[in-house]
Unconditional design. Sequence first.
Length: 307
Amino acid sequence: MDLTFQQLRLVLAVHDAGSFTLAADNLHLAQSSMSRTVREVERKLGITLFQRTTRNLVTTPEGDEFCRVARRVVEAFDAGINHFEGFLAGSRGRVRIAALPSLAAILLPPVVSAYRAAHPGVDLSIADGMSDEVLQQVRSGEVDLAVTVTAEPLPDLDVRPIATDQFCCVFPPQHRFSRRRNLNWADLEGEPHIAFEPTSSIRQHAERAFATAQVRPELVLESRNIATVAGLVAAGLGVAVMPGLVLPLVQFANLEHRPLNDPETRRQIAVVRDPHRPLAAASEAFMTAITEAQRSAEPLTPEVAWL
């Protein structure tokens, strides 16, 4: 049956008002137009929707059932259009973010809090992973945006730097480094070293800095997990190299740290997206929330700087 939503709405208006005249007045339409529409619907359905008398209008049993069906259809359509309008405006929809664990735990929470307050109707998800995993999720379309470290150019992706953090050496309080005010990479020569595993962006930055300083630390153990590395350092098995945004995650281990210089080594933290995949308004709004955080946020640690 080829019925329009406008026809369904007019039939429902007559049913609810119990009168063609009242329904026409409520919708600011001519009564003759209302009557023609209802007769056309009745003709297409092959039934009588309303029994008309000189005194009142009575909905037939077939009309009651049709109105129940029509109301469900119209309400579902209106709900869908309302959701779609919200999607276009950025107040509805879904935003999928991937991030390095340290960024998901330290950098993103204030941004997410502000975003959720302004966009409560958006379904926001954050998945953490290693740098290569995060970038793969962007390339495959599993996520809309990634907040990650970009050590090398990514010609196939759109990269917007937002912050940097400096690398530090972490060690137990009883370590001889605790008496030093400053440390250079060269001071780690031959030092027992707890490293992150090779797939970690932290490890990759550290290896480049060691090579630049022509330093070879003594590799004792390696791990993918930040807490594990911190625990091993706290046990006196060696020192470790960590960037500034990781430091709040290892406070449980009661470690000390000093920034590493000569060369001063910083990670570039960026929002990454696939330029060939258009962003929905809700995702664009998340990008705006990050920009607002850059403008207003206080430094998270002395070793971290918003760009």
